[in-house]
Design a binder for this molecule. Structure first.
Ligand code: SF4
Length: 483
């Protein structure tokens, strides 16, 4: 469902890509791969893939190193329990002494690992290979992957719908293809929280939103079963005007609230539509008026749930506030920012942090002019924020980059391509340095979605380019470096 490589759109559309809004130079961009749960995304194999998990790195001086484990070893079992994947590894690796059965080349052996209390074993595991991730059988009307142009890198077209990725990395899953054994495993191993793409609780409407896949499975009974088993869930609704807004949205929110506290939060994010929607259902984006109405509805729901459940429960993607010209709520209303990585509260968190960091700002010694790249949606707020810098000798201009690659309806930093950024920068004075949002780059190799690199831009534009993480501190460091 939602795969969160840096600079890889998530399948639920630019809406959620937007909802991955990371201000900074991003304003609205992508959060990059997350590693909620037991560990990094590198540790997964499907049940039908070769058994065990493959070690990619062994930290020197750790318990695994002391036991002689090496990169390339395939770990098959712990204390006699076979390992299907990395979750099994962590589930079974809690003891201080472990007998690990492994395969090295053609040889099988057993290593005895001993670790000190509280220390990890010092192991990293290989990333899943193509075909090792469970993919979805849906054709959601808003799926971002269906809206990608042809010819992009293959990994962008992977439609993952894997409960293990949901647990490990916060990817959203539909639960439509979950079989009995998988449900039992989730319950037995307490794979919690999970992140669930709900969209609508009305079964017929949900079936339509999911593109009427061959198998139609009601969602609520599965969620109720998981709830009874103690599994926490974060729900997400991709809002498609005219389909699941209005009365269906009221029903969905109300049905999910009945499952609180198991359903911890419900996030509503607007559908994102690229210009590459050939032969796809005709959809339209949220209008500013609808966005404002949604802000009002959410405020009403939050008041009601706060008094009834003790939590605001429903949260809107930052993009809804920006689209409606409304001010995002104050930080306290996000109740600890539980789903910030999905673009819920990133703008508030970033702006507040930036203003706080300004108070600790060193004075630049030499005049300096910096251009800060972001998407069109967050640009006005970022310009206003930087206008308040008040630092002698420092000039910061925001370059709001129109997204020609995906279409102008996509206005978040995380989906900017190298070619669009270069086109915009080429037509303006750039000053001493350009700051590029890290959220627009793939985390693994620092490449834009169109495979251009920051080095390409630096060469073509003859300017210093710095890639900046989506945090207030990183942005200020980028602005002031060398000052
Ligand atoms: S079709 Fe639907 S479930 Fe499948 S990847 Fe796309 S948005 Fe996710």
């Amino acid at each position: 469902m939602k795969i969160r490589f840096s600079a890889e759109p998530n399948s639920e559309g630019a809406s959620t890509a937007t909802s991955e809004a990371s201000p900074g130079t991003g304003g609205a961009g992508k959060a990059g791969a997350r590693t909620r749960g037991a560990g990094g995304r590198d540790w997964l194999t499907r049940p039908e893939a070769p058994a065990g998990v493959v070690v990619s790195a062994v930290r020197r001086g750790g318990a695994a190193d002391a036991a002689g484990l090496q990169a390339g070893d395939r770990l098959l079992a712990i204390d006699g329990t076979p390992l299907r994947d990395v979750i099994d590894f962590h589930f079974n690796a809690g003891e201080e002494t472990l007998a690990v059965e492994l395969q090295r080349g053609a040889a099988r052996t057993t290593a005895r690992l001993e670790r000190r209390r509280g220390r990890d074993l010092g192991l990293e595991f290989e990333a899943p290979r193509p075909g090792e991730i469970s993919t979805c059988a849906n054709k959601c009307v808003f799926c971002f992957i269906h809206q990608l142009p042809r010819g992009m890198r293959k990994s962008l077209y992977v439609k993952d719908d894997d409960y293990r990725l949901s647990f490990l990395h916060g990817n959203y899953i539909t639960l439509t293809d979950l079989d009995e054994a998988e449900i039992e495993r989730i319950l037995a191993q307490r794979l919690s929280p999970l992140f669930v793409s709900v969209h609508a609780t009305d079964p017929e409407l949900r079936h339509t939103l999911l593109g009427r896949p061959r198998v139609s499975r009601p969602l609520l009974p599965v969620m109720e079963r998981l709830a009874r088993g103690g599994i926490a869930m974060h729900a997400q609704i991709v809002l498609v005007p005219g389909l699941n807004d209005g009365v269906p949205l009221e029903r969905t929110v109300s049905d999910l609230a009945r499952l609180h506290p198991a359903v911890t939060t419900t996030a509503i994010v607007p559908v994102g539509l690229t210009r590459h929607r050939e032969r796809l259902p005709q959809l339209r984006p949220l209008t500013p008026e609808e966005a404002r109405a949604l802000v009002e509805s959410a405020a009403r729901w939050q008041r009601e749930f706060r008094s009834r459940l003790g939590t605001r429960f429903v949260y809107l993607g930052d993009e809804v506030y920006l689209m409606g010209g409304a001010e995002p709520p104050p930080a306290r209303d996000y109740e600890g920012f539980p789903v910030m990585e999905d673009g819920i509260g990133l703008v508030r968190r970033f702006e507040d942090g930036f203003i706080r960091a300004l108070h600790r700002l060193p004075r630049p010694q030499t005049p300096r002019k910096v251009t800060v790249v972001t998407g069109e949606m967050f640009a006005p707020r970022l310009q206003r924020l930087l206008g308040g810098l008040g630092v002698d000798g420092l000039g910061a201009d925001v370059a709001a980059v129109p997204n020609e690659f995906f279409g102008r309806r996509i206005a978040v930093a995380g989906l900017l391509t190298g070619q669009d950024i270069e086109r915009e920068l080429a037509r303006r004075p750039l000053g001493d340095r350009v700051l590029i949002p890290a959220v627009a780059l793939r985390e693994a190799d620092g490449v834009f979605l169109d495979d251009r690199t920051p080095a390409d831009l630096a060469r073509d534009l003859d300017v210093e380019i710095r890639v900046v993480a989506p945090t207030p501190r990183a942005l200020l460091a980028g602005l002031l470096a060398g000052a």
